[in-house]
Design a binder for this molecule. Structure first.
Ligand code: UDP
Length: 235
């Protein structure tokens, strides 16, 4: 395995699968199986999952609610997704711990870095819920920050698209996929990889990012083995 410790970022939207809202259990089961496959190979796996399939902070503003309140609602949405993923992983026979950026002691441990590191060493999958625990951030920022904190080798951004394209492939059929690209080129070409806060954190800490299609079973393993799947962003 090329990567020994990874931070896997899953978007909430990808969890919807074919549905318009909520959680598609088939997708969840596939994710759990894919994660199990690499855990069984001794890879340390931390996961951050988004909440976009349930609620996003910006939605609150659109309907006249308070932004900060909306962001907390979004963070709680990520806890719901995290709990669902935790359950699916445990069903697949994987040991897990859910650590939350907001204290919800009946269902998650509080986020404590040293504890997260220890869980990982013991082979448990650590799921980070509630993002960073602060409004005005996204789960991409949480993924970058936690990855740096736990000294992950790479951030794997699992999405519905199979990498970073020269243009939006859904709008421009001539768009081509990069296999690798530098942080600088992503900035200069104004490509959409993560939000800027998250992206800058990775760049400044020289933490590579791989964007890949997580919905294709087996892809996660290929990425971790070092196969050229998706797009690798490096210095
Ligand atoms: N959020 C937040 N702080 C964080 C992480 C998330 O305020 O550290 C809120 C924010 O409102 C965001 C929502 O939680 O819109 C859901 O997360 P995100 O949009 O990143 O989910 P994804 O797009 O990956 O599904």
């Amino acid at each position: 395995m090329k990567y020994k410790k990874i931070l896997l970022k899953l978007s909430g939207e990808a969890l919807m699968g074919e549905q318009q809202y909520g959680i598609d259990t088939n997708r969840l089961v596939q994710y759990a199986e894919d994660v199990k496959g690499i855990v069984d190979q001794g890879v340390q796996v931390a996961v951050v999952i988004g909440g976009g399939n349930i609620f996003r902070g910006v939605q609150a503003e659109n309907v006249g609610l308070d932004r900060v309140q909306g962001d907390y609602m979004g963070m709680l949405a990520t806890v719901i997704n995290s709990m669902a993923l935790q359950s699916a992983l445990e069903k697949a026979g994987v040991h897990t711990r859910l650590l939350s950026g907001i204290n919800i002691q009946q269902v998650c441990e509080p986020y404590i870095r040293r504890r997260a590191m220890r869980h990982l060493e013991k082979g448990r999958v650590v799921i980070f819920g509630a993002g960073i625990g602060s409004p005005y951030f996204t789960t991409d920022s949480a993924a970058s920050l936690r990855a740096i904190e736990i000294e992950a080798d790479v951030v794997l951004k699992g999405t519905r698209v199979d990498g970073i394209y020269t243009a939006d492939p859904e709008k421009d059929p001539s768009a081509t996929r990069y296999t690798t690209i530098s942080f600088q080129d992503v900035f200069e070409k104004n490509l959409n990889v993560m939000d800027m806060t998250a992206f800058t954190l990775c760049k400044e800490n020289e933490l590579p990012i791989i964007v890949f299609d997580m919905n294709k079973p087996g892809n996660l393993r290929k990425v971790v083995e070092g196969e050229s799947v998706g797009t690798l962003v490096t210095m």
